[in-house]
Write a protein that binds this ligand. Sequence first.
Ligand SMILES: NC(=O)c1ccc[n+]([C@@H]2O[C@H](COP(=O)([O-])OP(=O)(O)OC[C@H]3O[C@@H](n4cnc5c(N)ncnc54)[C@H](OP(=O)(O)O)[C@@H]3O)[C@@H](O)[C@H]2O)c1
Length: 321
Amino acid sequence: MSLYRSSIWYLKGLNEYTRGAFESAAKRFVEKDLEVSVAGRSFMITGANSGIGKAAAIVIAKRGGTIHMVCRNKDKAEEARAEIVKETGNKDIYIHILDLTETRKVWEFAEAFKKKFKSLNVLINNAGSMLMQRELNAEGLEKNFACNTLGTYILTKNLIPLLEKSGDPRVIMVSAGIMLVKKLRVGDLQSERGRFDGTMVYAQNKRQLAVMTEQLAKTHPGIHFSLMHPGWVDTPAVAEAMPDFHRSMRNKLRSPEQGADTVVWLAVSEAPAAAKPAGLFFQDRKVIPTHLPLAWTHSSLEQKERFMTLLEELAKSFQPH
Ligand SMILES: NC(=O)c1ccc[n+]([C@@H]2O[C@H](COP(=O)([O-])OP(=O)(O)OC[C@H]3O[C@@H](n4cnc5c(N)ncnc54)[C@H](OP(=O)(O)O)[C@@H]3O)[C@@H](O)[C@H]2O)c1
């Protein structure tokens, strides 16, 4: 990332991504947007054992929703489930163990889920990975891409038929502001070229998620797709992957509840999210641009479609027989 682009993103972040910015944005929130019952509706949340995912699960569970927690670690998932049940009194909280970097298992999981459950109203693709070293999964894929992009794609694509037959279906992708410094790159999905920079691979994956959201929204108009940025949030992911940033920003970071607010708003509120055209990018319950002003990060429709074709081909090559 050039110094210019990183500075613009950081300054934007200081203005908009902090706890203070959330508190100021919250003054315009409409309280009754979240005063809804979602009893009878089901919500799948990846990475629901921690941070933003767990905070979203708690608010949705309080409103009566059935929660399918998709987590990779059984102990952490059980601990979080116990906490969610205790805090909300809602026992309709189900654990599914899945590591999203395990590409074939993501297929198997989605297929099995479709057979077992009659409906899924909302899919929240929240889990995110920022590995700083280049690691490969059993299928030979770079793990950040396997989790953040391909795993999310395979899960979403395979659950689309189930979502489409459920009432008012929605898909929410948790992206990150850092995607703003990246242009979609279709030629090196496995980050094989040049020096491996985990933060920039993560930023590229989040840009890929934005393009995926926009394109899936077009091809599946029956589902309301949206992308969101939670702001800078104090979670284990930030503390572990970016310890210096975490230390220096500690007092300015949002709480997981604040980070989850727009996720929950997109997932449960009736009019605002559903009324807008699908495929948009949200922050603090507001649509924001997917590019910085005068940015060079725009891609042609042809490049976006090429990316979707590559994803589909890659996904299909791991489909279990
Ligand atoms: N925090 C921020 O400032 C910030 C800013 C922008 C975007 N985001 C995005 O917000 C989302 C949630 O992150 P967070 O900040 O809440 O961090 P977090 O508390 O560490 O939560 C991340 C969740 O993702 C799960 N996960 C990671 N890799 C996985 C994999 N391969 N398979 C299945 N689950 C996996 C983690 O599981 P384990 O607990 O087992 O590790 C955890 O449940 C991510 O997509 C992140 O990119 C966060």
